[in-house]
Design a protein around this ligand. Sequence first.
Ligand code: FAD
Ligand code: NAD
Length: 468
Amino acid sequence: MTQYDVAIIGSGPGGYVAAIRCAQLGMKTAIIEKYSTLGGTCLNVGCIPSKALLDSSHHYEDAVKHFEEHGIEIPGEIKVNLEKMIARKQGVVDMTTKGIQFLMDKNKIDVYEGVGSFKDATHLNITKNNGKVETIEARNSIIATGSKPSSLPFIELDKERVITSTEALKLKEIPNHMIIIGGGVIGLELGQVYKRLGADVSVVEYMDRIIPTMDAGLSKELMKTMKKQKVKFYLSHKVKSVERKGKEVIVKADDKKGQEVTFTGDYCLVSVGRRPYTDGLNTEAAGVKLDESGRVVVNGHLQTNIPNIYAIGDVVRGAMLAHKAEEEGTMVAELMAGQKPHIDYNLIPGVVYTWPEVAAVGKTEEELKETGIAYKVGQFPMRALGRSRASMDVDGFVKILADATTDEVLGVHMIGARCADLISEAVTAMEFRASAEDIARMSHAHPTYSEAIKEAALAATEDRALHV
Ligand code: FAD
Ligand code: NAD
């Protein structure tokens, strides 16, 4: 039986990063993945393919709606070739997942294809596609089995017309009317893709705002800009039934007043969150505890109740984000090597890759109010930037929340062009516990979107933004 210092179950961003870091630290490492391609949800059916389709559909929208005002004329009709667009996306996914295989080989990590399950706390069975079972011994294990889409109890996901994000990434036709249940990250990103390609899109959201876990100012601004793009929103609507009738999908919901509202479309995307995935893992055999939501319970060191078994990423508490899973993968590897790593969960940024992009780090205004921390606000509109006017991306703002007494930056919330990249400046500043004045005194290249951060910091410091 092959023996390992560490065996990792699941090859998503949590698992494969943990594997690389373990190997770098000299551990004999195995990674077990049930699918034939590595990279997990993120690379195969998550971050990468969704961004590929967001980019393609953005190009199309620009060509149809904006090229002309830039003085670019395309004779004839501009058409979408959906098959080609989906094939390009798949090409990007294939290239990226092969890259992970290369990294495993480079770091001399043994890759096992099959379903991993615990035999006991130090032995893992790997059940291959042909039913054969191989057992390996592992001094330490890391559960990195990720998550799957969740649904509502009364919904039958037929995966043809009542679909999850996985199917929405490979549709064969552009929907006439896509009804989206859940105005969170997936619903808005994929909703925008199909809206740009020509579908009618209705977002039915249970809460009274979209992206409800982010700062309310961002919810409001994103909804305003997506409404301009003709996406329809139905907030405070409680979906109670989803029925498929041939090519039609009928969704019924109760609005705020309890009145029934009926939506008829040809596709329904269910995007109401994801659930931790431990099916087939046989955690009981190792004695690993799960909580009532099915998450693997871990302590501050990401250790389960069985000391040599760790768990990371979507399968444990916290934000379901690829970069959070990656940090946890690194942390566990370093802990096992006797180092003292640390993750500041407050500084894990959150991004929605719609256009305008939405990005945030630290505390929201709602959280600061709840905890009674006195804060000041500096906000700067994107439309006041020369860079924004040059590109015609004028929607959005940067908002900086700083401690009223110390001026320390407590939260940064932004919506606008390229905010997914801009948020890194805020993360860096907050990691070094910068004050708003520190940011305000730093030179920001002109003309860039990043000037909005400096201006918001000036506004937070002494209400002295320069360009408004
Ligand atoms: P996963 O990536 O889910 O990987 C788990 C792996 O474990 C899978 O490959 C699975 O097959 C394997 N596995 C499970 N059980 C077993 C077993 N018993 N044996 C062997 N293998 C097993 N996050 C971002 O940060 N940015 C984004 O832009 C973003 N976009 C997203 C878009 C979509 C449409 C979706 C669905 C998600 C998106 N996410 C994004 C979330 C991100 O994909 C997850 O947070 C991330 O993949 C979690 O990583 P993980 O390693 O914990 O698990
Ligand atoms: P989410 O938690 O972002 O959004 C789910 C939405 O559904 C929420 O707004 C919620 O209020 C709503 N909802 C829940 N029950 C409902 C009901 N019965 N009727 C109507 N609305 C209902 O979840 P998601 O969009 O499915 O994404 C899943 C996970 O994947 C998220 O945790 C997210 O972190 C991750 N993800 C991240 C990115 C990114 O980082 N850009 C992109 C996609 C997915």
